[in-house]
Design a protein around this ligand. Structure first.
Ligand SMILES: Cc1cc2nc3c(=O)[nH]c(=O)nc-3n(C[C@H](O)[C@H](O)[C@H](O)COP(=O)(O)OP(=O)(O)OC[C@H]3O[C@@H](n4cnc5c(N)ncnc54)[C@H](O)[C@@H]3O)c2cc1C
Length: 421
């Protein structure tokens, strides 16, 4: 679809902007939207900034007619080329950024997809609530992109991923029809199968897939272990096929990277703010595989987070203008650090949990140093080493920058020692 006249006609029908011409302003936009935070680059046919749902529908309709792709984009911080492509990049961050409704009692919020995760939590803080899923990019990442990527971060073992916290979503399907994806009891599920049109087709097709024993066993065999809570390995058919929970198409939507529907609104589950007394047990290991064994023990102590920083990342901080000051807690030259966060209502409660883990590790001969760090300033310095890791690597100049090949592989903690070895 290269006809500039057709794009000009589309532009004239939109309330928002469409960048597609050879003028410098448009070409600058096309270049700016030719990449995300990944190594991939591709110049799109056009960049659209829709103002409302009507604009999005016109864009979907145009893409359907001309058989081109539509790529919804929020902050564009994806690491695997999710918002890179040759079709129309549809930036919904500018006009879809409202917080629509908060229900404090029932602990949920309705938002548009362009709301930034940290802005949402700043809004929720006075109510004693927060949206749990986080990313290292939480100051920019937006809810639409978090749903697309099923984002989660440091505290995912307790605060969950975006899928776990997505109650329902308003979406636009590829025929411009609107649908609500939400939890369905059995009767509502069967009613969906009887719906005419696109939404009904989707339920019928999914149902056909999930009642076929051949497909079910392929899903069972091909997906990561169900015990792994944080897994992002394509369409979550394994979760949809789990009939112990009510069916919710949101489970498929989360992690579908903008390929199934355009989210125009999301209802998110909130949680009370976590206890504020936090402490970090920073376990030092002389060996990476030993660290993986230590992680299995750490998880038995139900921490809020357990994260690895390896020597490779630590070495980037040596002499670094900013991060050299974050090394204050590092003892010697460990091959790996496990940063284990505990929280409690009092400092003593938190420390007791950390010391129980330390005693357990010492008794098993795992680790050689166990500094315990408290106080928000110091713990932030420690966490910053972990959070900065990826950015530090990605700032390496030229060919020395490693290229991400496999994103989000999911390995169960008890399998990690063998996997890493
Ligand atoms: C240094 C660094 C660290 C990172 N750390 C983490 C981390 O800890 N955890 C993590 O999960 N990710 C991490 N990421 C990846 C990324 O920042 C997050 O996944 C983030 O949530 C993506 O949000 P975004 O607004 O940038 O989305 P985008 O990149 O704009 O989009 C992400 C996906 O969502 C789709 N999408 C966007 N809006 C919609 C919509 N309205 N409807 C349907 N689909 C939509 C897009 O098409 C795309 O497939 C990191 C990235 C960087 C650069």
């Amino acid at each position: 679809m290269k006809d500039q006249n057709q794009l000009a006609l589309l532009a004239s029908q939109l309330k928002g902007e469409l960048f597609y011409t050879s003028e410098t302003k448009d070409q600058t936009m096309l270049l700016a939207y030719s990449t995300d935070a990944s190594v991939y680059q591709e110049k799109p046919l056009a960049v659209a900034i829709p103002v409302d749902i009507d604009d999005i529908k016109k864009l979907i309709d145009f893409a359907q007619q001309h058989r081109i792709t539509i790529i919804p984009r929020t902050a564009g911080t994806s690491l695997a080329g999710q918002v890179v492509g040759h079709g129309i990049i549809m930036d919904i961050s500018r006009y879809f950024n409202g917080i629509i409704e908060l229900n404090v009692e029932e602990q949920w919020v309705r938002v548009q997809p362009g709301v930034i995760r940290d802005d949402l939590n700043n809004y929720l803080k006075p109510f004693g609530l927060m949206f749990g899923p986080e990313t290292s990019t939480a100051s920019r990442a937006m809810i639409g992109g978090m749903i697309g990527n099923n984002s989660s971060g440091l505290h995912s073992i307790v605060w969950g991923d975006t899928r776990h916290n997505l109650i329902s979503a308003q979406v636009l399907l590829d025929d411009c029809s609107e649908a609500t994806f939400e939890k369905l009891d059995e009767a509502s599920y069967f009613n969906k199968l009887l719906l005419p049109g696109r939404e009904g087709d989707i339920y019928r097709n999914i149902n056909k897939l999930l009642i076929d024993p051949g497909h079910l066993s392929a899903i069972e065999a091909g997906y990561p272990k169900r015990s792994i809570t944080r897994r992002n390995t394509g369409y979550a058919l394994d979760i949809l096929s789990d009939r112990s929970e009510p069916f919710n198409m949101c489970n498929l939507l989360a992690g579908s990277e903008g390929t199934l529907a355009i989210v125009t609104e999301a209802k998110l589950k909130l949680m009370p703010l976590p206890p504020q007394e936090l402490g970090l047990l920073c376990v030092h290991f002389a060996d990476m595989v030993e660290c993986m064994h230590g992680n299995v023990i750490a998880l038995e102590h139900r921490p809020e987070a357990s994260e690895l920083v390896d020597k490779y990342i630590m070495d980037f901080t040596v002499g670094h203008p900013t991060y050299q000051y974050n090394r204050f807690f590092i003892d010697g030259d460990p091959q790996a650090l496990l940063i284990v966060e505990f929280r409690g209502h009092t400092a003593a409660e938190t420390e007791a949990k950390a010391m129980a883990l330390k005693a357990d590790l010492v008794s098993r001969g795992l680790g050689y140093a166990y500094p315990y760090i408290t106080g928000i300033e110091k713990t932030n310095l420690v966490w910053d080493v972990r959070k900065a890791g990826l950015g530090l690597i990605r700032n390496l100049p030229g060919d020395s920058q490693p290229v991400n090949l496999i994103e989000d592989c999911a390995v169960s903690p008890e399998d990690l020692p063998a996997y890493v070895a």
